[in-house]
Structures are given as C-alpha cells and as structure tokens.
Design a protein around this ligand. Structure first.
Ligand code: HAS
Length: 544
C-alpha cells in the first residue's frame, strides 16, 4: 500500500482499539456491579455504563474495524483511486463525528437507552443525530466499495471478481439493505419524537424496524470473520482455497437469509401474528446452512493442506496445524467457540424454548460467545498481520508469543464468564439488570455464585484487553521495521471454474428483496393498521 492508503486504513484501526479499551472497561465495571461487590462511583447510572459498553463495542468497534478491514481488502484486490480515497476519508470523518456526538450524549446521561435503543426508551435528539451520521458515513463507504469493484470490472471485462472483493460487496449490500430499516426508524420516528414534533411513537414499529436491522447486523459482524476463514487462514497454514464457488455460494445464501429473520428476536412480542413468527423462524434455520457449509470448507482446507504436506493417519493433518502462530490460533479458537455459540443460537431460535431463555442472561452468554469470541478473536487474528503490514513493521516472535498468551487469557476469561451466564440464565437470571435481591425471592439466592464467576471472568477478560492494547501499540509504533505479509490464499489448481451465475447481482439481490417483502409486508401493514400509534408521549423522561 502507499503511505496515504495505509494511513486511511490505520485510522479505522485506531478507533477500533480505543473503543476496545473504553468498552472493555465498562464491561468490567458492569460485572463487578452486578455481583454486588462494587458500587458505581459518583452516582453513575448502571444503564449509562451498559449503554456505553453495548454501543462502543457492538456498534462502534465492529463498524470501524469492518469498514477499515474491507477497504484494505478491496485496496489489495481491486485497488483504490485517489478520488475514492478522498471519499473514504469523508466516510471516516462522518462516522467519527457521529460516534463522538452519540458517545458524549450517552456519557452525560442523556441516552441511557442501550445499544438496541428502540422505544419506549427515549434519548436526547443528539444521540439519534449521531447515529444517523454513523449510518450515512457507512453508506458513503458502501458506495465507495461498490464503485471500486465496478471500476475493476470495467477494466477486466468478463473476468470473475477477486473472491475477497466479491465477499466485501455482499457484506456491504447486506448492510445497506438492513440499515435502511434503522435509518427509517431514526429519521421518521425517533428524531421527530425526541424533538416533540410527533406526539407519540409506535413502539412496536420501532422494535420491528430495529430487529429488521439487528439480525443482519450480527452477520455484518460475522462475515469479515468468514472472509478471513475462507480466504486468509488457508494461506497462513500454507494451503489453498478449498472452493471458490462454495465460498461465494455460502455468502450469497447469507445475504438472502440474514435479513428476513428479525422476528426471532421478537418471539415473545405481542402484536405480531404467530404465523409470521413461524415463517421467520424457518428462514432463521435456513441461515444455519451456509454456516455449516463454512465449517465443512474450513475443515476440508485443513485436511487437504495437512495431507499434501505428508501428514498421515486419521488426524495427523490436525496435529500439525500451525498452533504456535497467533494469526492462526486466535481465529481457530474463534471457530471452536462458534460451536457452543451457534448451538445456543439454535436454542434461541426454537420458538418455544425461546420462552425459557428470552431476556435472561443466557442471551448475553450467547452473544459473548458469538460476537465477543468467534468474531472478536478473528478480528484480533487479522490485526496481528494487518496492523504491522500497514505500519511497515513486523509481528516479531515475542509479539506472537504475547498474542498467544492474549488468546489463552481471552479463552479462559470468556469460558468462565459465558458459562456462568448461560447457567444463570437457565435459572431465570435476568439480563440488563444491576445487582438486586429482588425483594428476597428464593430463586435469587441461586444466582449470586454465577454473578461472582462472571466478575472473575470479566476481570480476566479485562486483563486480556490491556494486553491486546499493548500489542496493538507495539505493532503500530515500536515493532522492528520490516515487511509483514498480507496473506491471501490462491485457488486450488484443479478447481472447477466458478459458475458465472454466482456473480449475477440482479438475481441475488432480487431474491433477497423478494424474501424481505414476503417476510415483512403483511406484518408491517398489520402493525400499522391494528396497533395503536403508541401512548408514549414526546415529553417521556429521557432514559425511561
Ligand atoms: Fe444470535 C440473540 C439466534 C448467531 C449475536 N445473537 C443474539 C444477540 C446477539 C447475537 C448480539 O433466535 C442479542 C441481541 C439482543 O441484544 O437482544 N444467533 C441465532 C442463530 C444463530 C445466531 C440461530 N448471533 C449469532 C452470531 C452472532 C449473534 C453469529 C454475532 C456475531 N440470537 C439468536 C436468537 C436471538 C439471538 C433467536 C434472540 C434471543 C432472545 O430471545 O432475545 C446462527 O447463525 C448460529 C449458526 C451457527 C452454528 C455453528 C456452526 C459452527 C461453526 C464452527 C466451525 C468450527 C470449526 C472448528 C471449523 C450452527 C461454523 C471445529 C474445531 C474442532 C476442534 C471441533
């Protein structure tokens, strides 16, 4: 990369790691407060901390990392012109200004609305305007990305696009279609309501529009991890891409089935016809298919590579994977965490069982395995080579060792914390609540030991965060100068040619839109027709 390009991509990384530190600290405070061992100082509201934690880690860290990483992938595979770079900077600054605006509003206690922020919780209008700016900034990034691929296609007529460029385009198409829902809610519902122009707000509509966005959001986080699993890890282990067609097909399926499934977050929601909930649950189970295809493909790559290197026996190839290379180990632990994380997701999505776990801390356990382990450890695995590649430095053996220690600390901390969350959830422990004895209910006594285990896990995780920040600073400023590889796997020589239809964007985006219209049109009409506009007045106190 040129210096100018590297600076652009690194700016996204700086925001990512600053967010990690702030958000992680809030997480630590939460686990301590919930365990009843610690009173938040200066009268700080528990929900302020919880909102900062969710927004900074779930929305800011992820979006900045993803947009920056995807720009780097496209820069490497299809190129970035000077004009596109200028637009990319505009995207960055718009997102950053929005983030700072929203963050200040939360920190001064004017937006205790959690990262899901749907009504009836109400925030100061600055929070919603900040969010709108983040979305607009990300849309600018979407169109720069589309343009990058378009320009490459024009210059290389008839050629299939590079796999990583194709994957980024799918993820950005999904993000764009999904974020239309939340943008509509912010612009049409929240901003007028918080300014007092709208007397009331339709709560059910705001929740539905949020979850229309909220589920694809989790796949927006996951797909960059899949990009690394499919196209980068094979190179790190000295192998090749197992199947270009299979990788593309699984991304297309993820695009189609990630969006029309938001009702699985609203299974206990009155006001939505159970038939539509059932339909969206079926579509949710469809989204498991491309994930299982991914698991198959990764294992096939591991085995083929090992056997080609001459490792014999049933599991010889497994033994000789590069366990001492943190660029492999961190994402690998992420993959393993996805087995219980994904299984928990299937439990959540099973309509009746959802009644048992909904709004309990089981759900928090689920997403700490999926996003905070599977996804985050893969992002860390990427940062170990991307950051030195951008700063012209090297991941030294010492930093690699520290990375391995970081991965182990994370694994131990998260195993303790998320296991305790899952069990406490099954015992009825609520999510999103500060320490309380709930007027001394008998069941409450069974929760406290799990709360303490979460505080122990949370403390270990915070140590892991400090170590990660240290490694990042080393890789950005102090590691020895050198060349760090940007690993992109090639396809197997004897691979079947990728069918052209997989790049037929009109077809796949057309099917995606048709599925969305099918899953949402009638329920949204029902919501508008039957549910009262909502009785939450515009002068409803902020944060309630
Ligand atoms: Fe989820 C709630 C259902 C995946 C994140 N989820 C959440 C929330 C978040 C979240 C943040 O149906 C909370 C939202 C809130 O604040 O209220 N989730 C699913 C399902 C999946 C799923 C069916 N979730 C994710 C991913 C996330 C994520 C991924 C983040 C990145 N989730 C739900 C539901 C709820 C929910 C309900 C609402 C609950 C409620 O009531 O509130 C599926 O996509 C999971 C499919 C995955 C698998 C696992 C396959 C395994 C693989 C590993 C390969 C391993 C290898 C190595 C190769 C079936 C791919 C093996 C090595 C060896 C040595 C063996």
């Amino acid at each position: 990369f040129s210096k100018k390009e590297s600076r652009l991509y690194m700016s996204f990384m700086y925001v990512t790691f600053v967010s990690l530190l702030i958000g992680g600290l809030m997480g630590l405070l939460q686990t301590l407060a919930r365990a009843g061992e610690f009173q938040l100082p200066f009268g700080i509201n528990y929900y302020t901390i919880l909102t900062v934690h969710g927004v900074i880690l779930g929305l800011v860290l992820t979006t900045f990392f993803i947009v920056g990483f995807q720009f780097a992938l496209l820069g490497k595979t299809v190129g970035l012109s000077d004009k596109q770079r200028q637009w990319a900077w505009i995207a960055f600054w718009t997102m950053l200004v929005g983030t700072v605006m929203a963050a200040i509003t939360i920190l001064v206690g004017q937006a205790n609305v959690l990262y899901t922020f749907y009504a009836p919780l109400r925030a100061h209008v600055a929070f919603y305007i900040g969010l709108a700016l983040v979305i607009v900034g990300s849309w600018i990034a979407v169109f720069v990305n589309f343009r990058q691929l378009y320009v490459w296609k024009k210059a290389n007529p008839g050629q299939k696009s590079p796999l990583l460029a194709f994957m980024v385009t799918i993820n950005m198409a999904m993000w764009f279609i999904a974020s239309l829902g939340v943008a509509a809610s912010v612009l049409i519902q929240f901003i007028p309501w918080s300014l007092g122009y709208a007397a009331t707000i339709n709560v059910l509509l705001s929740r539905t529009l949020f979850w229309y966005f909220g589920h694809p959001l989790v796949y927006f986080w996951l797909l960059p991890a899949y990009m690394a699993w499919y196209a980068i890890i094979p190179k790190i282990i000295g192998g090749k891409l197992f199947s270009d067609s299979l990788a593309r097909l699984s991304f297309i399926l993820l695009l189609m089935f990630s969006i029309p499934v938001g009702f699985h977050h609203q299974l206990t929601e009155p006001g939505i016809d159970p038939t539509w909930k059932f339909i969206q649950v079926v579509l949710t189970f469809m989204v498991v298919v491309p994930t299982l295809m991914t698991a198959f493909s990764i294992f096939a790559t591991f085995e083929t590579t090992g056997r080609r290197k001459g490792h014999k026996g049933l599991f010889g190839w497994f033994k000789y994977l590069p366990w001492k290379d943190v660029r492999f180990l961190a994402p690998f632990i992420g993959m393993v965490a996805f087995i219980p994380g994904g299984a928990g997701g299937i439990v959540n999505a099973s309509h009746q069982v959802n009644t048992l776990v909904h709004n309990t801390i089981w759900v928090t356990g689920h997403f700490h395995l999926t996003v905070a382990t599977t996804v985050l450890l893969t992002y860390f695995g990427i940062a170990y080579w991307l950051v030195p590649h951008l700063t012209g430095r090297r991941l030294t053996p010492k930093l690699n060792r520290l990375g391995i220690i970081q991965t182990i600390i994370w694994t131990v901390g998260m195993t303790i914390m998320s296991t305790a969350m899952h069990i406490q959830g099954l015992l009825g422990g609520p999510r999103r609540s500060n320490f309380s004895n709930y007027a001394g209910g008998e069941q409450v006594d069974t929760w406290i030991s799990y709360q303490i285990a979460q505080a122990v896990g949370g403390t270990i995780l915070f140590i892991g965060i400090l170590l990660m920040i240290y490694i990042f600073i080393q890789l950005a400023y102090f590691a020895p100068k050198g060349v760090q590889e940007f690993p992109i796997a090639e396809e197997e020589e004897d691979a079947e040619p990728t069918p052209k239809i997989l790049e037929n964007w009109y077809l796949w985006i057309g099917i995606t839109i048709a599925l969305i219209l099918f899953a949402y049109t009638i329920p949204v009409f029902d919501i508008l027709k039957h549910s009262p506009p909502g009785s939450i007045p515009f002068d409803w106190p902020i944060g309630r």
